[in-house]
Ligand binder design. Structure first.
Ligand code: NAD
Length: 541
């Protein structure tokens, strides 16, 4: 604490801009897209004050135009990872001692930079790197990231305010120290906001960080680095390395000063990470904090009383926006027989009206999936469904990777509630529907609960309050974010803290005080004012 109990600005959600024809934001993002698309950026690693170029590079291409190159990035060798760790530990000496309001000011400034001069840049970079439509880029890279930064500053100040009572003659105080060591942030491709938030939330609480972004997000990660630099994040506080995830991770996890990992990505990778940390546990100076938000097999279950048009819209938006590549995207749906045909007809109508192509054409609702590996996997599952007797592709089913990784929004209807695409996370624009007998509502809820290892998001649609109550109770453990009469995507920071349990993660709720608490190690200080000078208690006579 400095010389005052400072009150931070009240956090408010950043309003989403429309990008409608004729708006200034549309002109700005289009111009920036063209500039980035026709440019050729060379992205270094950032270790302390150094911009490290190893000369060993990979190229970056938009998923919707994979032969077109927009730049290169440099790959780390083991020595660079070691250098990043040492630099983080050195920077910690000053950063951990900086008063909290200075850290708050840096990240509030970053939020304002994104809201203003960097908005078109971070959105255009996200449209190119991750093939997001301008709306998807706006709600992720601009608004969600701004919200993470503003709300986390508010949560940080609330955490610091949280103090114990003090009995007469003593004063109890709690200091929320950063972790002793450094934090490792590993981030996924699909949200620019998550990529920035994982290192930033730990840094905000006074930690220094080694950050490894996804290979598929480096183009927009560079804009994040530019923003953090301009906002005044000191050199060495967030060190950025790219390249072989296994080599980088193994090097990080060898360090005795490894104090925590902030991970978002797939379940298998996180479990392997946890195992490695366990194997190295005798190496570490402190028990590392392990925070991971991972995969999902998110559901929509409709009761016979549900409004078919509402259910269909929940599916069309919940399953297909950003090509189903949101961890929260609906990918298994349970429909009662009485309304199933009507719901499916509406979904087919929606799909027929979707335009697919490059995000540079703002009329497109569907763009490309992230890379060839994802494309090939999705194509394989679609072909399998076409061949399997207990599955039928009722919409979409085509794919084409000649220019970009385009997969038609696809609906599979299966007779087997445990069919492979009802259980496996595909992470693409493919949704599988199981139609149940209306009378089997309660059994179906059990099925929803027991079908997948995940527990991230889920939605119930119903006009019957008793059915809603039954579903809320029956599905208590299979979704960390549970929606009633709404699609299971679109969590807003400060309103719906996000995260799942079971194989979906440690449920530390990104964008909440709960998450920030993982990046501190509280120290209790008890001070006694009149210190006893006789060991004898009164009961001793
Ligand atoms: P991914 O697991 O392939 O990659 C995530 C990060 O881990 C990347 O930086 C990658 O390079 C790194 N990585 C890959 N293999 C590794 C290894 N062996 N050791 C260490 N690091 C490794 O995930 P992705 O494709 O980038 O993202 C999609 C996944 O993320 C999906 O499973 C999705 O559900 C999940 N996700 C979850 C949430 C959530 O909040 N629960 C949010 C976003 C994404």
């Amino acid at each position: 604490m400095g010389k005052g109990f400072f009150q931070v600005p009240t956090a408010i959600n950043e309003p989403v801009k429309s990008y409608a024809p004729g708006t200034p934001e549309r002109a700005a993002v289009t111009a920036q897209y063209d500039a980035y698309f026709n440019g050729n950026v060379d992205v270094p690693m950032y270790i302390g004050s150094e911009e490290v170029k190893t000369g060993n590079t990979n190229t970056m291409s938009p998923p919707h135009d994979h032969k077109h190159i927009v730049g290169t990035y440099h790959l780390a060798e083991k020595k660079h990872v070691t250098q990043a760790i040492e630099t983080a530990l050195e920077a910690r000496k000053k950063w951990a001692q900086l008063t909290w309001e200075q850290r708050a000011a840096i990240f509030l400034k970053a939020a304002e930079l994104i809201a203003g001069p960097y908005r078109a840049k971070i959105n255009a970079a996200t449209m190119i790197a991750q093939s997001k439509t301008v709306h998807q880029a706006e709600i992720d890279a601009a608004c969600e990231l701004i919200d993470f930064l503003r709300f986390n500053v508010e949560f940080m100040s609330q955490i610091y305010e949280e103090q114990p009572d003090s009995a007469e003659g003593i004063w109890n105080r709690v200091e929320y120290r950063p972790l002793e060591g450094f934090v490792y942030a590993i981030t996924p491709f699909n949200f620019t906001a998550i990529a920035a938030n994982l290192p930033a939330s730990a840094a905000m609480m006074g930690n220094t960080v080694v950050w490894k972004p996804s290979d598929s997000q480096i183009f927009s990660a560079k804009v994040i680095v530019d923003i953090f630099k301009e906002a005044g994040v000191p050199d060495g506080v967030i060190n950025v390395v790219y390249g072989d995830p296994v080599m980088i991770t193994d090097t990080v996890l060898e360090s005795p000063d490894f104090a925590g990992v902030h991970f978002t990505g797939s379940t298998y990778v996180f479990k392997e990470l946890w195992k490695k940390i366990g194997n190295n546990i005798h190496t570490y100076k402190t028990y590392p904090k392990i925070v991971g938000e991972t995969g999902g097999k998110d559901f929509i279950v409709a009761h016979p009383s549900a409004n078919p048009k509402q259910v269909a819209t929940g599916i069309s938006r919940g399953a297909f926006e950003f090509q189903g590549q949101k961890c929260s995207a609906a990918s298994r749906v349970y429909l009662p027989k009485s309304i199933a045909d009507e719901v499916l007809d509406y979904v087919k109508e929606d799909i027929a009206s979707f335009k697919m192509g490059s995000p540079a054409d703002l009329g497109n609702f569907i763009t490309a999936v992230i890379h060839e590996g994802s494309f090939d996997k999705l194509a394989k599952y679609i072909d399998q469904a076409k061949a399997d007797e207990d599955a039928e592709v009722v919409a979409g089913g085509n794919y084409d990777k000649s220019k970009g990784y385009f997969i038609d929004p696809t609906v599979i209807v299966t007779k087997d509630p445990k069919y492979t695409t009802m259980e496996t996370e595909l992470f693409g624009p493919v949704v599988t529907v199981y139609v149940y007998e209306d009378a089997d509502w309660s059994e179906t809820l059990k099925l929803v609960d027991e079908t997948s290892e995940y527990a991230l998001t889920g939605a119930v649609f119903s006009g019957d309050r008793y059915a809603i109550d039954e579903a809320t109770k029956a599905l208590e453990n299979c979704a960390g974010n549970f929606y009633i009469n709404d699609k299971p995507t679109g969590a807003v920071v400060g309103q719906q803290p996000f995260g799942g349990a079971r194989a979906s993660g440690t449920n530390d709720k990104a964008g909440s005080a709960q998450n920030l608490l993982r990046w501190v190690s509280p120290r209790l200080i008890k001070e006694t004012f009149v210190t006893p000078i006789d060991y004898r208690y009164p009961f001793l006579g």
